[in-house]
Design a protein around this ligand. Structure first.
Ligand SMILES: CC[C@@H](C(=O)O)C(=O)SCCNC(=O)CCNC(=O)[C@H](O)C(C)(C)COP(=O)(O)OP(=O)(O)OC[C@H]1O[C@@H](n2cnc3c(N)ncnc32)[C@H](O)[C@@H]1OP(=O)(O)O
Length: 323
């Protein structure tokens, strides 16, 4: 459905071919941390308890037992419904993304697009049919944005690479034809807040999750395509207020502002996220893709015009900064 749009097709082309060289340059920058992806099966058969047990395992995808059950799910059969879980894993640096992790986030989105594009009839254990994508952070936080050391040592060319690559990656993610969920158990700051704007749903721990478009505090403007998506999420007026103020939103403030779709009781965000996955993936996939296409149509048309402006503003802000 979405793939029929020429803009979306061009994006996929950029992601898989035009960005390859840039992606490898970013990967060569190295850095700590990694971006992990796991495929998790959603079982429909069996009693509620089994489903609950199954989804409970999924919510601890970092624990060994969940990985085992995930691995088992992938090996045992061609899963009817598959969740791709992306984990930003750099907890010692609040899951800030270094060059290597930016490239690996691109790998993860390429995996999602690859699963999305395949013919459902050709689904196999190795390439099952994608039903939903969850993106989360390891440890206490969601994502603290770009690694500040990466930015401080970046040349103008490196900044341009990151800018162009992350616009492609995050816009591809935003235009996936399946539901996407940000699982927020901590802070989403700067580029981390921009990653939140690429998701359809945001399940946030009401006690621990926060979001801050901190750019103006650092003399920057959004560099990962977050401005246009923020406007699409909350409207131009509220978007400009969030960007100009660079204020920290608590989970409750963010929910009232339209930045977080779901508030979960303290410690229960993984369970609430798994319940949302169950709900969304029990609906007709083609109807979901159509709903996304309808909601994204205007965003995509305006994005083609506004994207260059967002990039130009980041580059001039980056040039002004004396890191
Ligand atoms: C183009 C990208 C650009 C954009 O478009 O937005 C950016 O993303 S620029 C970066 C914007 N991000 C920030 O400004 C976030 C800065 N960090 C924080 O505000 C806080 O760390 C936090 C995320 C709110 C978490 O606070 P807290 O829980 O108190 O933890 P610490 O502050 O002690 O951090 C733990 C640890 O992580 C390191 N850290 C945090 N953020 C980054 C970062 N962006 N890059 C590199 N390292 C980061 C922090 O230094 C601590 O490490 P140690 O000092 O070694 O303990």
């Amino acid at each position: 459905m979405l793939q029929r749009l020429s803009f979306v097709r061009r994006l996929r082309q950029e992601l898989f071919t035009d960005s390859r060289v840039v992606q490898e340059r970013l990967r060569q920058l190295g850095g700590s941390g990694t971006v992990r992806t796991t495929l998790e099966e959603i079982r429909r058969e069996g009693n509620e308890d089994q489903n609950k047990t199954k989804s409970k395992d999924m919510s601890n995808s970092n624990s060994k037992s969940a990985r085992t059950s995930t691995a088992a799910a992938t090996e045992s059969s061609t899963p009817p419904n598959t969740v791709l879980r992306i984990t930003l894993d750099n907890p010692l640096r609040a899951n800030a993304l270094c060059g290597k992790m930016l490239a690996e986030l691109g790998d993860a989105v390429q995996t999602a697009v690859g699963l999305e594009l395949q013919d459902p009839a050709s689904a196999t254990a190795a390439k099952p049919k994608l039903a939903c994508v969850v993106i989360q952070g390891a440890g206490r936080h969601f994502c603290a944005g770009s690694d500040l050391n990466l930015l401080a040592n970046a040349t103008a060319d490196t900044a341009k690479d990151m800018l162009n690559f992350m616009h492609t990656v995050t816009t591809c993610f935003k235009t996936l034809s399946v539901p996407t969920i940000a699982l927020l158990q901590g802070d989403a700051i700067g580029g981390g807040s921009e990653l939140v704007t690429m998701t359809d749903y945001q399940v946030a721990d009401e006690a621990a999750a926060r979001i801050r478009f901190v750019h103006a505090r650092r003399g920057l403007t959004p560099g990962w395509g977050g401005a246009a998506r923020l406007i699409h999420m909350v409207g131009a007026h509220r978007a400009s207020q969030a960007l100009m103020s660079a204020r920290m939103f608590t989970a409750k403030d963010a929910h009232n502002y339209g930045l977080f779709s779901h508030l979960a009781p303290a410690g229960e965000a993984p369970r609430v996220c798994d319940d949302l996955v169950q709900t969304l993936t029990s609906n007709d996939p083609a109807a979901i893709a159509s709903a996304k296409l309808l909601s994204l149509r205007g965003f995509i048309e305006s994005l083609e015009a506004s994207q260059d402006t967002e990039k130009e503003m980041f580059e001039s802000a980056f040039a002004r900064l004396q890191w």
